[in-house]
Design a protein around this ligand. Structure first.
Ligand code: AMP
Length: 205
């Protein structure tokens, strides 16, 4: 199963991707996580990406496409993967298509989580408060200026990616405003999967 998640920052892509990894036994490939790891490790890519990320802008297509090409070639991605935060430009979407076509592969689904902008800001503020309460470091780009830039980058550079996949007939738009379990259920339905029986402890995955 090869899935792409689209949606603005705070839409719930990370949360839903995590749930699908345990359901399908395939890795979540978050370009944001990979880039943050590169920044932390002070690799050449990390040093190039650090300031751009902190400002909330997009890292160059070349860098991100290179990271993804390497990552999807690793053994744990052979059965499939969930791309979270990639592609974020039409050029990245085209590069992904070329990468997959070159391996005789294709995406199974592109899922867009649709949410309204007011809710996004609330969710990001909540994430910051929870991070602080947990005594963890807050992301360098979770401040008001960087969040505004991230939303602008989404509108200008990433929103057209939905149109790209819609024109390829693979886009499914889902309401991301509903409670987390309901969004998961709608994702599973979109993927043609039946939800598992719920227990009091287990999430609906
Ligand atoms: P995220 O964790 O997905 O919100 O990504 C955090 C930051 O990493 C973004 O604001 C960008 O600076 C950078 N980034 C992550 N994925 C991409 C991508 N596909 N293209 C360009 N920049 C990206």
């Amino acid at each position: 199963m090869k899935i792409v998640f689209l949606g603005p920052p705070g839409a719930g892509k990370g949360t839903q991707s995590e749930r699908l990894t345990s359901r399908f036994g395939i890795p979540q490939l978050s370009t944001g996580d990979m880039l943050r790891a590169a920044v932390k490790a002070e690799t050449a890519i990390g040093l190039k990406a650090k300031e751009v990320m902190a400002a909330g802008q997009l890292v160059s297509d070349d860098i991100v496409v290179g990271i993804v090409a390497d990552r999807i070639g690793e053994p744990d991605a052979a059965k499939g993967f969930i791309l979270d935060g990639f592609p974020r430009t039409v050029a990245q979407a085209e590069a992904l298509d070329a990468m997959l076509t070159g391996k005789g592969l294709a995406l199974d689904a592109v899922l867009e989580l649709v949410v309204d902008e007011g809710a996004l800001l609330d969710r990001i503020h909540k994430r910051v408060a929870e991070t602080i309460a947990a005594g963890k470091p807050v992301r360098a780009d979770d401040n008001a200026d960087a969040v505004a830039t991230r939303l602008a980058a989404y509108r200008q550079q990433t929103a057209p990616v939905s149109g790209y996949y819609a024109s390829h007939g693979v886009l499914q738009r889902l309401d991301g405003m509903r409670p987390v379990d309901e969004v998961t259920a709608s994702i599973l339905a979109a993927l043609g999967e039946a939800p598992r029986q719920r227990s009091s402890q287990a999430a609906n995955v």
